[in-house]
Design a protein around this ligand. Sequence first.
Ligand code: ZN
Length: 410
Amino acid sequence: MLESQLQRILKNPELTVDEKEQQITQFLHSLPGKGVNEIVEFIINTNDGIAANYLANYLSILPNYDQNKRKIVEQAIHQKRHLLSAVVNLVKDLPDGLLDQLINAYFQNPSSSDLYNIIFEVAQFFPEKLHKFDDQIEDEYLRQAILTGGSDRWVDELVRKYYEDQNPQHLQDLAWFRTDKALDALLSLAPTVPEEDLEDVYAYIESSGVFPDTRLASVYFENYRGYVVSREESPHHMGGSFPYPVPKCPFTDTPANRILSLDTSQLDLDLESPHNPTFFWYEGEHPPDCIYVQFTDEGIIGLMTPMTEGEVGTDLIPGELALKLEEYPCKYGRGMAAIPGFANHQVGGYPPLIRFERFPRCPICGQGMQFLVSIDSGMTPFGSLGFTGILYGFWCDPCSVSCTYGQTDE
Ligand SMILES: [Zn+2]
């Protein structure tokens, strides 16, 4: 049943890769138990890497099912190494022991491309696990990833190099650590850098956890991972209708979508505002830079944006959905620049930026706004999200102001 439907979609020459992914996701999600048991059975018995890849990617956007995800990767590492790169998106859900097996397998055979894809994923989600292999890593991306949470000795070394040659790359390298030591180094180097590098250094400091002017926190300590689920599965709503006017495009009147409303009573973020933050976005010929709104007892006020009469966009979020959040300890955040399109949604923690940029300022009080959410593009069990890149949501708690802005990798 699974096999024949899958082949019918995969062998259809009329379909693009995205359409295949969409149809396979829709089909699997309609199966009893979301198709999970059949998927595990199929991947364990197949040698078809392409089919296994579509199935594993679908499984990776479902919350839970950790045992099933683990079983697939175990099978690949012990019996079918050629399927390892097909199941790479399951790596972020694996327990420590299995990650160690994958890491060891890579360092026994660092030229294997299947294992490189795996280790690349490990480096993004568990950069600190690679620290002890420092002297065996030559690949430039992996070398950058292991800076996250890296040792004080490495920080001292980079500072020494910067004093030696003033190469601004060393400053950016310091931005990846997110340790107190690296943050202190950036703060003390800032007054010494050339004028033209100063904005960059301020961006590095903000993404390392504080605002350079006030030294107040720029991020929230708790880190959650998000999965797009049906409306009744989580109090953090996405898409659908909204009870107030929403921002709209000043040129085309395109109404914004409600990307996400957080129910902060269900989260451990130490917020004091009585209002739940909502983040809005629209796309089109005149995409916004930032969308700011303020939450009040009377409703929502658009700041520097016109608002609709009440209509709301529904083109970016495929349905009346929600974001299920799980605590995901990630002390120093993810390694490397974020790669969009893999449904890696996050609340709290350090922002998974595609490139370093300064955080927005609150239009009411002028203070830096704290990073609160990132919503990735890519597939959901209900269809694709309708934007590209990653949307980032920032919050000014004293003023109850949200700001949404986007980055793409283009
Ligand atoms: Zn403010």
